[in-house]
Structures are given as C-alpha cells and as structure tokens.
Ligand binder design. Sequence first.
Ligand SMILES: [Zn+2]
Length: 418
Amino acid sequence: MLRMALQAPNTPLVALRSILGIPTLQTRFDCDRVRLLLSIINTPQGSYVRQQLCDELELYDGIVVAEGDERLPAASGLWWHRTLQVLAVMDVAAAGDQSALPAGGGSWVDWARLVAAQWAGELRVSKETAAASRVAMLRVEARRRAREIQRCVASLGEVSELVDTPNLAPFVVDPKRDVTQLRIQLRGGRRTLFGHRHFHLDRCPWCTEQGMFTVPHLVRDCVIWEEERLEAWEKARAVAVAAGVDVAPHVAVLRHYWYHFTCGAAVPGEFLDLDLDRPTHFARGTAPATRHLRLALPVYQRMLGITGVFLRVLVSKTRELLEAGNPAWGYTPEVNARRVAADNHAAWELEEARAGEEDGGGDRLERALREAATAMETGDEARARAVLRQVFQDLEDAGEEEGTEEPAVEEDSEDGSV
Ligand SMILES: [Zn+2]
C-alpha cells in the first residue's frame, strides 16, 4: 500500500522524504556547504583557500551591487551566492536562540562575512560555534519537514474518515488492478490522487465552486457528475437487491454512505447488510467466516466493480481536465516544466525571505546603505547616489503615510553619506 502511494504521479521526492523523516538531498547539500565553510575557516592563517574565500566574497558583493535588484544571474554561479542564502535560512531557523547562533552573538551571515574578511589572521571555529551550526541545520531540516507535512494535512484531512479501518478487503475482493490502485491512492487524498502539481487548485475544476476541489466533493457532491454517480449507485444497489441483501433505498439521500462504499471504506450494516461495519468491516462478522464470505463476497465484488467504473471515469476525466489547465483558474500547465523546481526548499525559503524583507523597512534601509557604501568604495558614485535617493524617497513616502515628516533628518544624512 505504501509502495503504491509512493508511486503516486507527480509527488516530488522532497515531499515524500519529508513525510518519512529523511533529510532531502538539498538539506544534505546545504549541510555539506556549511561544513565546508567551517573547515576552510579552520585552515592556517593566510591560507590560499581563505584568501580565495575573501576574494570570492568581494567579487560576489561587487556583482550584486552592479546588478542591483535584478535576480543576479551573474552572481548566482558563485559559491557565496547559495552559501549566503543557506546562512540566512539558518538565521531564520535559529530565531534568535543563542544555542543555534555563532558564539558571541550575531547572525550567521554577519559571522561568515566577518571571518571571511579576516583571512590573514589566526582563526579557529570555536567548539560552541561548530555545535551551534549543527543545531541550526537540524532546525532548518525540521522546518522543511514540518512544512511538507502541513501541506499534506490538508489533503489527508479530507479523507481521514476513509482510512480509520486498516482493512484490505476491497482491494483483495476487487482484483482489477487499476481500480484497486485508484482506491488506495484515494486514501492519500487529492494530492496523491491527482498529483502534487494540481492539488493547490482553489476550486472544483468541474463546477468551479470555490474551495471545493476535494475528494468528497468530486466523488459525492459535484453536480456535474450527479447523473452518472446516481446511475452507478442505483445499479450497484440493484445487484444487492437481486441477491437478497438488505440495502437502504434513497440513494441520493444516503450519498455519504455510497461515497464511503465507492471508496472501499466501512459502511453501517443498517445501510447495507454485508458486514461492512467499522468494527467488522468484512470478513470479521459475527457469522461464521466461511459462510459469510461465500454468501457476501460475490455481491460485494460485483458492487465494487460497478462503483469502480464510475470512479475510474471520474478520476481519469478529472486528471485530463487538470492536465489541460484553464487560465481562469490561475493555473496553466507548463509544458515540459521541471516538476521539482517549484517545490524545492530553496524556492519557498527565498520567497519567504523576500516577503519578510518587504515587511521590514529597517532591514531594507540597512541593506541599501550598505549597498551605497560598497558602490562608493568601488568608485561607482552614480550608483551610490541613485541608491540613496531611492532610500530617502522611500523614507519620505513612509513618513507621509504615518504623518510624521522629518525633512531635517533627510537633509543631514544625505550630506553625511554622499
Ligand atoms: Zn464540483
């Protein structure tokens, strides 16, 4: 069952490994990167690699300043690009806790910049700092894992009622492999059934009802499928009636039980007298097992076959619809898009960091000032002026919004900095 679920279409390895509690490939690479940084810093004073580390950092900063806010294609190939990103993620994961920050306080990014610049001096990474880096990386890993698991919760929550009996009866009874596999995947929620890429859709792709792209909605409620659904259930009911099994009338009213039945989950005996109750769910009834199986199994089998046809058509048509995409949903399939790219840790961590920057005006100011200072050092006065002008413009705007205009401050700092 687990193997089948793991073969679900489009479920990225990042998600699966997180659910199983295994570090992802990227987490391993990031850990190695941090270890490498520490071991380079531990080389003797004035060593070639430490010089190189410092040179590369200057080169990187130079490119960042020159490229401005463009997404730094030129700098992204440099070792420091990803390293600074990882260090920033470590800072976020440490959340100000001293045991996960370099000894002596401060952030990982500042610490790394500082030690890289001191390439000529005697320097050893202290035991406390090395231990703190491990704590920080463990927290980074935990954060990534928690995020993936939370994203699965939404999908699993919809179908939790289907999985509360560990019963394999429907899968043994109905051996047609594709339908059996569908019913198993169904128990992983829509993320497993329709694939990771589609599971973020905010509405039912059929009736376009908001927030209704869920397994119960599709199988039980969606109006677009009502006719075919009721037809399948009526047919299945007719099989039970013909075999002399007690089954409740009013298929449309008892749709919740029929939904459970279609998915291969438990249903109460008053609804369908086949010993499919939660505590007994097939084969473990009060009647002698062999007799019960001989009588009930063929009926259950045929009924599952009929509802399975409906399920198969519904799922495959929905998959096709999702694959085709629809601009109105805010979703179009990217042809030949690399699947994992959007789901890897770096992508969402960067996005999160960027969102944080937009909130924190203070950080932005600090960054801009640093950028201007670097521009001045490299002789790019025009760039420095442009950056500072933008800063003051922003400050002015912010001041106007809050109704606290302070032109004096603006004048002073402009004279002082430029
Ligand atoms: Zn619908």
